[in-house]
Design a binder for this molecule. Structure first.
Ligand code: GLN
Length: 474
């Protein structure tokens, strides 16, 4: 586009042509906004024609958005029946940032209902398929955004990550996904799941695109009280800088029995690649890791039960007809509007917050959270970044874990601690299992040290070819 060799309209057309071609198999989108996209593309092309100077990186670039970020005038459902018919009356901060940079909005992508899940199978609308094998899940909860990037149904996407929902599906589909530090990106206009954990982040085809997207969405926003007022560096700046001497920690707790052997093999090979690039590999300990899943499912469900109390049939979306009185309307609306996983979490969350149980569960979990954060603080005294697998397995079959919530929860065993500690993490492709499914490498950094993990990710990407591999969907 800079060389005036292609227009935004042509890129947009090619993306929608690809959607026409593969979407019936992949099912990444819940709604398409082609009219809006072509208007934005047209505007971008005019701006490019008339500008003599540089234009913003994202100008005219088609981006897909997870269906939990408010986009004015667009249907936002969180893949839940309870938000049926809800049209967002305002833009999330991230959408404003994308608009200021001239993006093209392709549509809203599928997800687990209210972002609760690891496979998109908890969507009340449809199951998204993994483009590498359409009998398998893409991971979740940002499975739609990740599948859309993987299948070339957009150029980049936004997802949200509360316990792994950007990184785990990115790993399962072989693309790049980054969860920024808590507070780096505004959550204003993101439908809340667990407010002390939720963070929006980019999903892209490579590390450079990831850095560009992060440049666009990072900012201080007074409308989100947890947004931090720190300068935003140019995240592309450190890409390409030598990683010789960079200290990378390997936590023994992240190489567990029960892990898929070929996943471990690929991650160990990636660690060797880092050694060959001159990084210094250091064994570290994160001793409270084993309590992370338990603590997360107390804290996340507690916050969810509170956040989801607002869906009572009065202000948003779905309301049952013919209720006898107000209480019956509330109860029946919630009974019909929420799916089984969301109900399970509301019940769990209400329980752990209730009088008599609060101290035993909720307070205890918060104390464990502090210990987990302490583990990372201590580790980062001696290393620059940490390498782990992103997920203990490659993509599993559709239906394989739906009957066993605990098995599903364990898909996030390597990603959850990162949200509890608030640190940034990225997943990048690091090869394939014997059956040809992508494997992800996770790189973790100190609070607000996204630059370091992007630098490390880029060095690996340049030394390998994994990010160039494409699934054959046809
Ligand atoms: N899979 C985890 C859960 O179900 C994380 C989801 C997320 O990050 N939104 O809660």
């Amino acid at each position: 586009m800079r060389k005036r060799e292609i227009t935004s309209k042509e890129i947009t057309e090619s993306v929608f042509a690809r959607i026409d071609q593969v979407e019936s198999k992949v099912r990444a989108y819940l709604s398409l906004t082609d009219e809006r996209a072509y208007t934005q593309a047209d505007r971008a092309d005019k701006a490019i024609q008339s500008s003599k100077e540089d234009f913003p990186y994202l100008l005219g670039i088609p981006v897909a958005i997870k269906d939990n970020m408010c986009t004015e005038g667009v249907r936002v459902t969180c893949a839940s029946k309870i938000l049926q018919g809800f049209i967002a009356p305002y833009n999330a901060k991230v959408i404003n940032r994308l608009e200021e940079n001239g993006y093209v909005h392709t549509g809203m992508t599928n997800m687990d209902e209210f972002a609760m899940g690891s496979s998109t199978e908890n969507s009340s609308c449809q199951v998204t398929k993994n483009p590498w094998d359409i009998n398998r899940v893409p991971g979740g909860s940002s499975g739609g955004s990740v599948a859309a990037v993987t299948a070339d149904e957009c150029i980049a996407a936004l997802g949200s990550d509360t316990g792994g929902s950007i990184r785990q599906p990115a790993a399962l589909c072989g693309v790049v996904g980054l969860k920024p530090t808590y507070g780096r990106v505004s959550r204003y206009g993101l439908v809340a799941f667990a407010s002390s954990l939720d963070q929006i982040g980019p999903i892209t085809k490579d590390v450079t695109d990831c850095a560009i997207m992060l440049n666009v969405i990072s900012c201080h926003d007074p409308k989100d009280s947890t947004s931090v007022d720190l300068p935003v560096p140019d995240y592309t700046r450190e890409l390409g800088r030598d990683i010789k001497g960079m200290k990378l920690g390997i936590p023994g707790e992240y190489f567990i029995s029960g892990m898929e052997p070929s996943v471990e093999k690929r991650v160990r090979e990636a660690i060797r690649t880092y050694e060959n690039l001159g990084a210094v590999i250091v064994d570290i300990a994160l001793p409270h890791t084993e309590y992370a899943v338990a603590a997360y499912y107390i804290i996340a469900t507690a916050e969810a039960s509170s956040n989801l109390a607002r869906y009572d049939g009065v202000k948003y979306g779905y309301r049952i007809k013919d209720a006898g009185d107000l209480l019956e309307m509330y109860m029946k609306t919630r009974d019909e509007g929420f799916g089984p996983e969301v109900k399970r979490r509301i019940m769990l969350g209400t329980y752990v917050l209730s009088a008599g149980y609060y101290d035993a569960y909720y307070r205890k979990a918060q104390q464990v959270r502090t210990l987990i954060k302490g583990d990372f603080d201590k580790a980062f005294e001696s290393v620059d970044a940490i390498l782990t697998p992103t997920s203990p397995t490659a993509a599993f079959r559709v239906g394989e874990k739906t009957q066993d919530p605990l098995q599903m929860y364990l898909s996030d065993i390597f990603t959850i601690s990162v949200n509890l500690a608030g640190i940034p993490g990225i997943s990048i492709p690091c090869g394939f299992t014997e059956s040809g499914l992508p494997v992800g490498l996770q790189i973790l950094g100190k609070h607000f040290d996204e630059e370091k993990i992007l630098q490390a990710a880029y060095a690996y990407e340049q030394a390998t070819e994994w990010h160039k591999k494409k699934p054959d969907i046809d």
